[in-house]
Design a protein around this ligand. Structure first.
Ligand code: HEC
Ligand code: HEC
Ligand code: HEC
Ligand code: HEC
Ligand code: HEC
Length: 451
């Protein structure tokens, strides 16, 4: 593979000038960071402290530390005898793979943290996207750090240049993210489709929102936090969504809070209780109003999002659905009314699995994204409604929308195979989405819905 030709040891001819000049306004640019030095995020810290700290708490920094990742990678290598051995590290530790420091990720623990995870260099050296999935990013080896600034200050110790792939105002920039946020398994199943979902949504249309517009909030500041550097828009590199670090990791508490804030604002929901000719029903409506792709998206084979609904009469429970106990797999709940959002994956011989490298086929039940902003277009309303049959007229109905990044069917299996530390099971969060917590009471009556 040509993109692996980048060799760690082959120092290139970026003049190694000692002592980075940290004051801007120098007439001539002094390049003091060699390409090898640029590989290491720690070398960005002196000047890009903010981006460094945000990135350090992100799942991009955690991608090759994640114990679930390491457990699954280990199990995949063992059970497939090394077929497609580089599949996982191609996205989770792309620098280590392309520098030839790993072939399959089995030695990740022995490698410096600077080449684990999705590093600064990996995103900022990318100059072309040569496909749509499984990380087809091409890295330039010219020592240029690409970004959205047209006229970077000459005081940089590295080269810099504008790139449309790194400019969230340009829809092209979604291709940079989409390169990895679209996964096709060795058996051809398109399991993670975030980029594809975005492309088919309203958000990829002209004037709409790229990935970075939602996932990298802009604020006023300095691109380089050093005396005299110009005022710029800077962009959040912590990229919270669903996952959090399960082991001690920089910024884990703030990341968790940011995940909760994002999830709280993702859906619009509605709860109505009605009398119909067939009896009393509770109608629950979920509208994926604010995600630029489906909900959940990405690793939806492992994610679970579901509705919990409880109805009471005279303080006695008369109906319940979606009551998932802590530490129990949502997918194993026996409940005819259960509304569970997830992907199901199947092997070549049609067996259901939760080991996604075996997946040859996907069945999906997720909330769709908006496709049009025109209220007259019949596709404008993309919310989904489910009716729950109630045995009697209740005096109170409570609902919650819950979500967890990983379910216990997979996790218990990884513990059973000896690949995952059972102590981690207690660390798996289950979030309640604020916009999904609703209460209907008989005072509200049948005429009005809780929105
Ligand atoms: C000695 C200080 C210093 C160090 C160390 C440093 N940079 Fe920079 N960097 C700068 C300055 C100054 C700018 C220009 C800022 C401006 O014009 O607002 C810059 C700009 C950038 C840009 C934007 C380029 C553009 O045109 O949009 C990126 C991306 C970048 N640096 C990445 C990195 C990375 C990654 C590292 C670590 C491998 C790093 N930098 C290390 C000082 C530094
Ligand atoms: C080199 C591949 C790669 C590129 C490029 C990339 N990502 Fe990621 N991203 C990942 C991986 C791998 C993870 C998951 C790490 C983990 O949880 O183990 C991830 C995680 C995330 C998450 C957190 C998901 C969660 O559930 O918590 C968000 C949000 C995200 N990326 C957004 C972006 C955006 C926006 C861009 C473009 C600016 C981008 N990514 C570019 C590979 C990539
Ligand atoms: C997942 C890809 C990705 C990773 C990893 C990443 N960046 Fe960025 N970075 C971007 C994108 C995209 C932008 C441009 C956002 C825009 O302006 O639209 C950016 C912008 C920047 C800028 C310009 C100022 C700003 O905040 O917009 C600097 C400096 C920078 N990054 C430094 C870093 C450093 C240092 C690291 C590692 C500690 C890092 N980046 C890791 C994607 C990434
Ligand atoms: C309109 C805003 C918006 C846009 C555009 C957008 N996202 Fe998201 N994204 C969200 C929200 C809100 C969430 C949290 C809800 C969820 O998990 O779907 C999210 C979640 C995610 C997750 C975690 C998904 C999961 O459920 O595991 C990833 C990964 C992600 N986004 C990547 C991307 C990428 C890559 C793009 C561009 C191709 C993109 N997003 C475009 C708003 C957006
Ligand atoms: C094409 C790039 C790509 C490849 C290949 C890839 N991943 Fe990922 N992985 C991602 C992205 C992107 C995310 C974040 C998805 C999201 O948040 O929805 C992720 C998330 C994860 C997570 C955290 C969320 C979850 O699903 O539990 C684990 C664990 C993981 N991957 C394991 C693996 C393993 C093991 C392999 C190989 C069998 C692999 N990945 C191959 C891109 C990739």
């Amino acid at each position: 593979m040509k993109r692996r030709a980048l060799i760690f040891a082959s120092a290139i001819a970026i003049a190694a000038v000692t002592g980075a000049s940290c004051g801007p306004g120098t007439e001539e640019q002094k390049i003091s960071l060699t390409r090898e030095a640029l590989y290491d995020p720690n070398n960005c810290l002196p000047c890009h402290d903010q981006q460094f700290r945000e990135w350090s708490s992100s799942m991009h920094a955690y991608a090759a530390e994640d114990p679930v990742f390491l457990a699954m990678n280990k199990r995949m290598l063992r059970e497939t005898n090394g077929a497609s051995a580089d599949f996982c590290v191609g996205c989770h530790a792309p620098m280590a793979l392309r520098l030839g420091l790993t072939k399959d990720g089995s030695n990740l623990a022995d490698l410096p943290t600077s080449v684990r995870g999705i590093t600064c260099y990996f995103c900022h050296a990318a100059d072309a996207v040569e496909g749509t999935h499984n990380n087809p990013l091409r890295l330039a080896d010219d020592g240029v750090m690409r970004g959205a600034i047209h006229d970077p200050a000459k005081s940089m110790p590295h080269r810099g240049a504008y790139s449309p792939l790194h400019d969230r105002e340009n829809p092209e920039s979604s291709k940079l993210c989409g390169a990895c946020h679209d996964v096709v398994t060795p058996h051809g199943a398109h399991i993670e489709r975030t980029f594809d979902e975005w492309k088919n949504s309203l958000y990829s249309q002209p004037g709409q929102l790229s990935c970075g517009k939602c996932h990298m909030d802009g604020s006023d500041g300095q691109a380089a936090q050093m005396d005299g550097a110009p005022k710029r828009k800077v962009h959040d590199h912590s990229m919270p969504a669903v996952d959090i670090a399960l082991t001690p990791f920089f910024g884990v508490e703030s990341q968790r809070a940011a995940v909760q804030r994002l999830l709280d604002q993702t859906l619009i929901t509605k709860l109505c209780v009605k009398q119909t000719p067939l009896g009393v029903v509770a109608d629950v409506t979920l509208d994926n109003a604010f995600a630029g792709h489906k909900f959940p998206s990405g690793a939806a084979q492992d994610r679970r999002a579901w509705v919990e609904l409880l109805a009471y009469k005279n303080d006695a429970l008369i109906f319940s659905s979606g009551v998932v106990e802590d530490r129990k797999a949502a997918s194993k709940l026996e409940d005819p009314n259960f509304w569970l959002l997830r992907d199901k994956i199947f092997t070549v011989d049609g067996r259901e699995t939760h080991l996604f490298w075996e997946a040859a086929r996907v069945e999906s039940e997720l909330l769709p994204a908006a496709v049009t902003a025109d209220p007259l277009d019949p596709r404008f309303i993309h919310s989904v409604t489910r009716s729950y049959p109630l045995p009697a007229i209740p005096d109170r109905v409570n609902m919650r929308v819950r979500m967890r990044p990983l379910d216990f069917d997979l996790l218990d299996d990884l513990v059973a195979s000896g690949d995952l530390d059972p102590a981690l099971l207690d660390k798996i969060p289950t979030y309640d989405l604020a916009s999904g917590t609703k209460e209907w009471t008989s005072e509200v009556g049948f005429a009005r819905c809780i929105e």
